[in-house]
Design a protein around this ligand. Structure first.
Ligand SMILES: [Zn+2]
Length: 166
């Protein structure tokens, strides 16, 4: 995602600031798990509103609970054509996460011992990851999963036509 859009996201949602893993959590520059700090939002500009929606819903859930957002973003990327938003609650070590892949290629996250609020956040993330399969990653209009390109992507008709000609 271009820098300008990422900056807008971090201005609107301070928990999306890069480098939180290093500065506040680990005090260890270049920690291997901080892929977000290294690469930022590794998705196309078309998903700007998807990421905004996800961040807005998370912020609202915490606001409703009267608590500050306490999640650390680990990685934001595209996988099998849809958004993946990996994070961990500040009090938890990322190593606690377990990832279980199910047959349709989606992953279910199991985070033992988390609060109701963190469960709600997990549901918000899942909802927006799923929503990304309806939004063109290039331009942001309605799109579909395209499985016949060299890489599975969610694209609108015209972005798909442009890419399939190459
Ligand atoms: Zn498009």
């Amino acid at each position: 995602m271009k820098r300008e859009l990422e900056l807008k996201i971090t201005e609107e949602f301070p928990f999306m600031r890069r480098g939180k893993n290093i500065d506040e959590q680990r005090k260890e520059v270049g920690h291997i798990s901080d892929l977000y700090g290294a690469f930022g939002c590794g998705v196309g500009d078309g998903w700007y509103e998807v990421i905004r929606g996800l961040c807005r819903d998370i912020t609202e859930a915490y606001t409703k609970a009267g608590l500050p957002v306490d999640i650390i973003v680990d990685q934001v990327k595209e996988k099998f054509g849809t958004l993946r938003f990996y994070y961990h609650p500040e009090a938890h070590d990322p190593g606690i996460h377990a990832f279980v892949s199910v047959s349709d290629g989606k992953s279910i996250r199991i985070m033992p011992g988390i609060s109701e609020l963190h469960k709600e956040v997990a549901e918000i993330v899942q909802k927006w990851e799923k929503e990304s399969s309806n939004v063109c990653e290039k331009c942001g209009i309605a799109g579909d999963l395209r499985k016949d390109l060299s890489w599975v992507l969610t694209l609108c008709d015209s972005c798909y036509a442009r890419l399939s000609k190459k």
